[in-house]
Design a protein around this ligand. Sequence first.
Ligand SMILES: Nc1nc2c(c(=O)[nH]1)N[C@H]1C(S)=C(S)[C@@H](COP(=O)(O)OP(=O)(O)OC[C@H]3O[C@@H](n4cnc5c(=O)[nH]c(N)nc54)[C@H](O)[C@@H]3O)O[C@H]1N2
Ligand SMILES: Nc1nc2c(c(=O)[nH]1)N[C@H]1C(S)=C(S)[C@@H](COP(=O)(O)OP(=O)(O)OC[C@H]3O[C@@H](n4cnc5c(=O)[nH]c(N)nc54)[C@H](O)[C@@H]3O)O[C@H]1N2
Ligand code: SF4
Ligand SMILES: [Mo]
Length: 647
Amino acid sequence: MSAENTQHKQTACNRDCPDVCGIVAAVEDGRVVRLQGDPQHPVTKGFLCHRTSRFLQRQYDPERLTSPLIRRGSDFEPISWGEAFDTIADRMLRIRDESGGAAILHYRCGGSLGIVKHVTDYFFERFGPVTIKSGDICSGAGEAAQMEDFGDGDCSDLFDVLNSKTIVLWGKNPYVGQVHLLPILKEAKRNGARLVLIDPVYHRTAGLSDLYLQPRPGGDMALALGVAQVFFERGWHDPAAASYCNHFDDFRSLAFSRSLAEWAGLADVGVDEVQSFAEAYADGPSSILAGWGMQRRGKGAAAIRSIDALGAISGNMGVSGGGVSFYFKRRGAFDLSFARGEAVAPRTIPESLLGPGILEATAPPIRMVWVTAANPVAMLPESQTVQQALKSRELTVVVDSFLTDTARCAHIVLPTTTMLEEDDLVGSYGHHWLAEVRPVVSPPAGVKSDYEISRELARRVGLDDEFSCNVETWKRRLLGNVANKGASLDDLRRGPVRNPLAGQIIFEDRKFPTPTGRVNLIRHVDPEPPQPPPDRPLLLMALSTEKSQGSQWVHGALDGPAVATVHPDSAAGFGEGDLARVQSEIGELTVRLQFDSRQRRDVLLMPKGGHFRDGRCANALVSAAQTDSGGGAVYYDTPVRLLPAGK
Ligand SMILES: Nc1nc2c(c(=O)[nH]1)N[C@H]1C(S)=C(S)[C@@H](COP(=O)(O)OP(=O)(O)OC[C@H]3O[C@@H](n4cnc5c(=O)[nH]c(N)nc54)[C@H](O)[C@@H]3O)O[C@H]1N2
Ligand SMILES: Nc1nc2c(c(=O)[nH]1)N[C@H]1C(S)=C(S)[C@@H](COP(=O)(O)OP(=O)(O)OC[C@H]3O[C@@H](n4cnc5c(=O)[nH]c(N)nc54)[C@H](O)[C@@H]3O)O[C@H]1N2
Ligand code: SF4
Ligand SMILES: [Mo]
């Protein structure tokens, strides 16, 4: 029941999630008491996910940081903001003088999707420019694939899937990662659409699907090429495809370079399954919603490129109800031209190789690292290397609300705002709506936003010209390209606004913004899936869990060893609930075993985002490596074995 003094305040979720929900916060006496999904938001439809429904436990967690901290020996002590800023500014100026901006690394990841966060990047660019990351561990491989194939990486309107006869969820688990897609999928089903799921991991979405294929991890290229072969053989491909696709004959030859049985064998599905999938996909228009997981493999870009090619030759590109949707251009509405990023950076380090990259950098070495909105020790491959890299710098500054694995490596930790205290703008990588993130309560005393931190530092290093203004000025600047098209800040304050620059159907009339105006079909692939060696027969897949956002769990959710799920046949000699060691080439963890006979026998599943200090972090087992294109991280190709605990 609402108390009389309850205020309902509108904001938006800035977490790294494709849904970017509208949120209504109930506030009583300066305290948020309830969070609900905005019923007016076309995608949110009045509900929030499991993890953000429980966000108040994080918001009011007694372990939240409310003072800057400085390392003294192995402990941290509180210091004042003035002292923290002075210490940091002095050191930054000295390092720039002595070694140039390249000796400073600024690293930001997915703690917030807020667009104003780019102003923090820009502050470091103006100060240096400094060393920054290249590539993208999350979606880099797939984005590079779609740029190569189609010349752009965006999608048709989210609701256009309601015009599909067949919807293929290719490596996607909306029950965990994109819950607001579910009502749309269910509506499509009610209207008669057919749903196909292709995922090596069995999950709840299989129950919603009319056809479920459970291929070998990394078997997607082989599966796509097998389906393409069926299309060519039966004449189901678009007869006009050669007119808008480059390398049409080469792709056709590629599809026939192996027999259907060989393609099915590589993908580890039945020939009949490839045929059933081809038949379903041929009954279009058919849309493919390609997930983000399958491109976090060594050949991740090639997997997306093979799927793109299938979408193109089948005539599904540029039509309503068709498409291969991978990434909605979440920054597409915003004017980010002030920051030039890689074009001016003196040096870049691939994000997936951040740990070894910092340690190996010379001329100049990296002397200082600034980490914001990221927990790279837990979330990047080779946790131990990332930890060592951060601890061994002259100055590591981490901006976070909690003493994360990464913050524990810092010399100075700066406490920052949560999404309920933030002032920002967001776009989404799962739909085209834009929203304003508004502070629904003030931060605790002693807590500053990333922008306020940049502003204070700017003043101390002589850059206050551009950074002295308030956030609203930046918001209006960021909305400069769309303000006169119905998406001004005032429009956003009236409710969610669809990006006016985004069309309903991507590549309509089959116009592709590639250099030739045509689709680039993939010509060469190495379709062999990752082969775990006999002594490490399981591929480690640490995937999103509904209980957390990345490494952001709610208080108390983490107790005891991490849970690892395997098929019972893959754990001979172990019982369900036993402790075991999971060992890779570079490390090992103790886990509690859970059995699931619906899973493949060649995978070991863990939740992503476990904390390194508690021995729950899968990334302690994963080696740093880059995907075939786009600078993605190879998260799911790591072979592991199970060993008895405590030996
Ligand atoms: N609850 C929750 N939701 C989240 C997040 C979270 O931490 N928690 N994280 C968010 C983030 S950072 C992102 S980027 C997005 C996307 O988050 P992701 O977790 O990447 O979401 P999916 O697109 O569902 O991709 C995962 C699916 O890919 C499948 N997959 C893995 N390898 C393969 C393969 O080789 N072939 C095929 N066909 N499938 C494969 C996995 O089995 C899994 O079902 O969601 C966000 N949503
Ligand atoms: N093994 C394995 N590892 C993975 C993945 C996987 O599937 N498997 N998925 C990968 C993917 S897709 C992604 S996107 C990355 C995510 O990697 P990260 O973005 O590094 O992960 P998060 O745990 O979300 O950490 C973000 C941190 O930002 C903080 N934060 C939140 N809001 C703010 C803010 O406004 N300002 C500041 N300064 N801090 C804030 C949070 O408290 C949190 O500690 O992880 C990757 N790591
Ligand atoms: S995390 Fe995603 S689903 Fe959950 S509230 Fe935020 S945007 Fe919505
Ligand atoms: Mo991500």
